[in-house]
Design a protein. Sequence first.
Length: 433
Amino acid sequence: MNSFVQDAGSVRVLAAEIAAGRLTSAELVERCLARIAAVDDHVQAWKLVLADEARAAAAALDAQARAGHLRGPLHGIPVGVKDVIDVAGHPTRANCPARDDLPPAAADATVVALLRAAGAVILGKTHTTELAFYESVPPTRNPHDLSRTPGGSSAGSGAAIASGSVPLALGTQTAGSVNRPAAYCGVGAFKPSTLAIGGTGMVPLAPSFDTVGAFGASAADAAILATAYAGAHLRMEAAAAGGSRIVVLRDKLLTGLSDGETEAAIARLSQHLAATGVTVVTAPSPVSLDEVRAQHRIVLIAELGRTHGRLPQDRVAPRLAADIAEGLAIPDAAYHCALHALAALRRAFWAGFGPADLLLTPAAPAAAPVGTATGDPSFVIPFTALGGPVATVRAGRGDETGMPIGALISACPGADGRLAAFLLHEAAAGLGL
């Protein structure tokens, strides 16, 4: 097993070094570019590296820092951007031949503009599956083992973090496309409440679920990135950490698919949290997660068809073309029924928990599989559909595979600040979340 894993550094540490003048953004950018040159022929996380633009941005931010003007915790920090999100002056190809003839983006996506305003340096575009769906897959490989998938659709962002070529990256999630790659690659992620982040400049897949998510070496770092582009209404910076309890969620879907390594890792993580003083309880899911997953698929496929039905079908992957056709064949009445059913499931699910509850579940049935398929998103999909923020945290490694195993910590819709505060508090306490 050839490993290309490296830690690009904690964002909190890097930010402190820049603030103290012990590190410049220019030095950090050069460190990232050198790492890309060293490993990306193997990992292939990057679609486009914007070396000259990143150097120019870093130089300008360093001048501001010397003048005593720091924009915040992302000042001078490089960020990768999934290639379904616009970066001004560069094409957004989304790994889709049907987009090959489109001109470069005229402006940054809103989320990219917000990150630039916060002092981030855009390092480049990371690989994605086609239109952030399942096929075609990009060439990206898992830095822990090149024979295994990094997950998808945000494959490049997860692999870029794990290979140490950038400290932060953006992805998008419609089903499991941020939280699952983070788990497979052994890094952290933070998917804000579904649809809580507005703006323009992102290639759509299923607009009821499409949400920009954040990757970092830890979930706490990912939460810092998400805070920089989240709206003030989420109160990400103001929430307090105290009072949360962890609910280890039980459901037929989870117990039916989890392998032994995953179950053991989740049990160890829950015990570790309890040992640090966090209240940990176990509870059944108030609704069937499999039913949530089923209704999510109807909505996703219907919206996929309505969003991309005019694409030339000979210029998209066969599975994508088939699912677009399936989506177009779903009657409006069935689509509306699924939307109504999901709304009822959300209400029933969250009525079973208090506002301070954080739910702990496995991120995937098993560690990253061998091959190029993006893996099983079954464990993430219900929580995307249920609408709350979802973080991926490290739960350990498999005894047999040696591969990372991830866990999800989820909160109710709008509780992004509470989840972020918990992650940052636990990270400060040494848990490394």
